[in-house]
Structures are given as C-alpha cells and as structure tokens.
Unconditional design. Structure first.
Length: 94
C-alpha cells in the first residue's frame, strides 16, 4: 500500500500564465484592474518573488487557473479572468 497520496483529488498547478498578476486590482501594489503588475517580468514571473506582498503570498491556484492559463495570450487570459469575476477593465477613453 502506498503511503503517498494527494490530500485532494483535485489539484491545480500555477503555470505562470500571468493572469492573476495582471487582471485584478491589487491595492497593496497600487495596481489598477487589468494592468500588469510592475514586478511582472516578460516571462510572467515575479521579479520580487522573495519579497512579494502578503496578498500575493496568500494567492493560491484554483479552478480559475484552469480556465485562464490554457489561453494563448496574456490579453485573452486577463479578459477571461475578469469575465469570471464579473469585472470590467478600465476604459482607455477619458
Ligand atoms: S492565474 Fe493561476 S496559473 Fe496563472 S499565474 Fe495566477 S496562479 Fe498561476
Ligand atoms: S508582486 Fe509579484 S506575485 Fe504580486 S502581483 Fe506583482 S508580479 Fe505578481
């Protein structure tokens, strides 16, 4: 009998798709909705990973990742992320 088993049958890995560092507004970073975090690098990795704020540390991958991460571009991923949460990106106008 194996002593190794998952704590849950459902598991989602972060694939560094960049959506959760771009789509939501993050007050701790003064990051507006739909705008990439200034610490997100060109490979969708966090440039301040070791010192990232608590709000980022507490974020865990969930079913939303499965919806957004497979999409081919960051723009599409962000759009889908915002759609799931019923959020609208800020208008460029005005
Ligand atoms: S949305 Fe999910 S898969 Fe994409 S970067 Fe965030 S945690 Fe990772
Ligand atoms: S600080 Fe890092 S983990 Fe947090 S939103 Fe910015 S890039 Fe993402």
């Amino acid at each position: 009998m194996s002593s190794v088993y998952p704590s849950t049958f459902w598991h989602q890995e972060c694939t560094l798709c960049g959506a959760c560092c771009t789509a939501p507004d993050i007050a701790a970073l003064q990051k507006p909705l739909g705008v990439p975090c200034k610490h997100l690098d060109g490979r969708c990795q966090c440039a301040i990973y070791e010192t990232r704020p608590q709000v980022c540390r507490h974020y865990t991958p969930d079913w939303v990742c499965g919806e957004v991460a497979p999409l081919p571009t960051l723009e599409w991923r962000v759009r889908r992320y915002l759609e799931i949460y019923g959020l609208e990106p800020a208008s460029d106008e005005g």
